[in-house]
Design a protein around this ligand. Structure first.
Ligand SMILES: [Zn+2]
Length: 123
């Protein structure tokens, strides 16, 4: 498989929730184009098919065209983090997100409903 010609993405430049590192299995990354989780083989996102073509659902399943190859296939990703570094970054990010204050929902009064034309004529 050839790379897609896009510049190399460093794992350290990605948010830690878009990459998954483990000692037991290969690294996973969310495809930068479609967001699907794909493994990294030979420093590239494995080939996969992209999201469905719009309007393809109208076709019967046996005639439905298969989605084209995702442009994020073959994206080069350099894993420059160790598993421990990635875990620490993920924990720090989760802690920081937990500290954020939720937005306060302010209920607004509903605008008055306009009378129907029939009701206006009755007056
Ligand atoms: Zn993709």
């Amino acid at each position: 498989m050839r790379h897609n010609g896009q510049p190399v993405i460093l794992a350290s430049s990605l948010p830690p929730n878009l990459i998954s590192l483990s000692e037991r299995s290969c690294a996973l990354v969310a495809c930068p184009t479609c967001g699907a989780w794909k493994s990294i083989k030979r420093g590239m996102v494995t080939a996969h098919r992209g999201p469905h073509v719009p309007g393809a659902d109208a076709w019967p399943a046996e005639f439905r065209p298969s989605p084209p190859r995702c442009p994020g296939s073959g994206q080069r990703v350099r894993v420059d983090l160790s598993v421990d570094q990635w875990r620490q970054r993920l924990a720090d990010t989760c802690r920081e997100a937990g500290r954020r204050r939720p937005t306060r929902v302010i209920p607004r009064p509903k605008p008055p409903v306009a009378r129907a034309v029939v009701q206006l004529a009755a007056r």
